[in-house]
Design a binder for this molecule. Sequence first.
Ligand SMILES: NC(=O)c1ccc[n+]([C@@H]2O[C@H](COP(=O)([O-])OP(=O)(O)OC[C@H]3O[C@@H](n4cnc5c(N)ncnc54)[C@H](OP(=O)(O)O)[C@@H]3O)[C@@H](O)[C@H]2O)c1
Length: 305
Amino acid sequence: MPESDNYLVIGSSGFQGAAVARALLTAGHRVRGFARGTGTPAPGAPEPATVHGDLADPDSVREAFRDVTHAVVQLPLHFDARLIETYAHNVVTAAREANVRRLVYNTNTPVPDTDTSYAAYDTRRIAEAILRDSGLPVVTLRPPVYLDNTFSPWNGPELAEEGVLSYPLPADLRVSWLSHDDLAAATVAALHREGLERATLRIGGPEAVTGAELAEEFSRGMGRPIAFRPQEVGEFESRLGRVIGPEAASGVGGIYHWLAGEPDTELFVADHDTVRRELGISTTPIARWVAAQPWHVWLQGAGTS
Ligand SMILES: NC(=O)c1ccc[n+]([C@@H]2O[C@H](COP(=O)([O-])OP(=O)(O)OC[C@H]3O[C@@H](n4cnc5c(N)ncnc54)[C@H](OP(=O)(O)O)[C@@H]3O)[C@@H](O)[C@H]2O)c1
């Protein structure tokens, strides 16, 4: 890899960004982070040299992009359309000035083709259009739902203690659950594979499963029976809100409110052959990912280290 290559990860201290920064550092790349520096870093987040600034502030975004050749954009869980437009325009201006060779945009979620009236989707489509229409060498990755969401304060204790996996998805909806580490592998590939400029890839894990099938994979991975419980979106928002705040939780909840009315959509199913062909990666089977997690940390009285 050329000595002069510099990799910028926006949102580097967050869950998704930390996984991406870690994968880039492991591959030996020179990484610069970008975050406000006000949030609690995700557990195990690496600490690359970081520019502290706000995506809403064009000067700090410009500073982050100085001499950058490759950039990864993870938008934070903010859902105000004007703000997201500002973030996207600031990124485009700074990336253009830096003359980046590749920019990977992670939409956080699948993106329906038309307006949904849910900001969780519509703001991501707006940002995607701004980046794509910029003429920059952008690759867009649309992930489904992360497996790591289940290893969390809002799912972990119930899974570890009661063997119940509650999630606000229609029971028969098929989802290609993806791990943060596989998101990171896909991102590293999207930064480097030839001919991907302007591609939009629906990434995901190798199995597209319903709720009951997901529980079967968790049962295999955890070595004990796990039951799937379709959860009310309101209950999900309230559990999530205790961790990320009510506003962000209500924004995220829009994803699941929309899905409740679209129980047959195939939007959350990835084409794994395309992922393998375009990105040259194989993603992790659900049961293998589950088996690798230290679920005991969620047992009552256990530390959460
Ligand atoms: N499809 C899915 O399943 C899905 C999608 C997205 C997220 N999630 C889940 O949601 C949880 C949160 O993950 P996450 O990675 O999205 O978010 P996060 O952990 O909250 O990270 C957000 C990152 O962006 C930075 N940031 C926030 N606002 C900023 C701003 N205005 N300007 C610059 N930087 C800013 C944060 O640092 P500062 O706060 O210090 O600025 C942090 O580095 C995880 O459990 C994740 O799995 C799931």
